[in-house]
Design a binder for this molecule. Sequence first.
Ligand SMILES: NC(=O)c1ccc[n+]([C@@H]2O[C@H](COP(=O)([O-])OP(=O)(O)OC[C@H]3O[C@@H](n4cnc5c(N)ncnc54)[C@H](O)[C@@H]3O)[C@@H](O)[C@H]2O)c1
Length: 253
Amino acid sequence: MKLEDRIAIVTGAGSGIGAASALAFAREGASVLVVDVNEAAAKATVEQIELAGGRAIAAHADVTRAADNQAIVERASAAWGRLDVFLANAGVPQWPADVENVEEEAFDRIMAVNVKGVWLGAKYALPVMKRQGRGVFLVTASTAAIRPRPGLQTYCASKGAVVTLAKALALEVARHGVRVVSIAPVATDTPMLPAFMGKRAADAEARARFVATVPLGRLNRPEDLAAAAVFLASDDASMITGTCVEVDGGRCI
Ligand SMILES: NC(=O)c1ccc[n+]([C@@H]2O[C@H](COP(=O)([O-])OP(=O)(O)OC[C@H]3O[C@@H](n4cnc5c(N)ncnc54)[C@H](O)[C@@H]3O)[C@@H](O)[C@H]2O)c1
């Protein structure tokens, strides 16, 4: 097992990429604090992990709140005595619109969750990892940071910010034996996907339009990102830090 006896926190783990990653971490031997603003969803992920024989605890937290970030780091440390992996994954999408039609409140919300939420996770998790002299802080960014699609300027800017944040943090903590890596998924089959398409549901036409932009000819499955996160969290990736790993079927080429 690649993460035997590791302690992990995954935010936004009640759904999609976060849920698949929490399941994969547990399957690889980690104990996982499953964090989501939707507590029922976090509990459902924990149930799945336990059914598969893994260890997990559900925690309610809004990643935009400093106190909630502090509380989840303390909770993992209190329950299991350490913190080896933090996957800052919680995020919100943007409904496609030209910039003049985006409400200021939408900008503030996207930045609060997608940027401040990651920054707050780092603020509380990295000191613990530095003290341990070991740890991995992962961020779910997006190909939107590298190869934007039209009409998603606010979301793209938020993901660009965390790709650079991850690089800056990687430099800051490298001498403490801590790694920071961002992951850039292309369109992924999760409940978030239809929003990027400006749809309530990802219909065949919209899906085909997105697939046509991915050289490998399919969308991501949440498990594609979970596999990348397991690798990056594991010692197999011990020389990888600061980079942004594109899991995108070639979209960013
Ligand atoms: N689905 C895609 O096409 C895609 C592509 C690239 C990147 N991403 C990124 O992947 C990450 C996961 O998205 P997903 O596709 O699994 O979406 P999802 O909607 O399935 O899951 C997101 C989860 O985050 C939680 N969440 C939202 N705001 C939160 C907050 N303030 N505090 C705590 N939890 C919160 C939600 O309750 C939900 O359970 C996001 O950062 C997203 O931007 C998604």
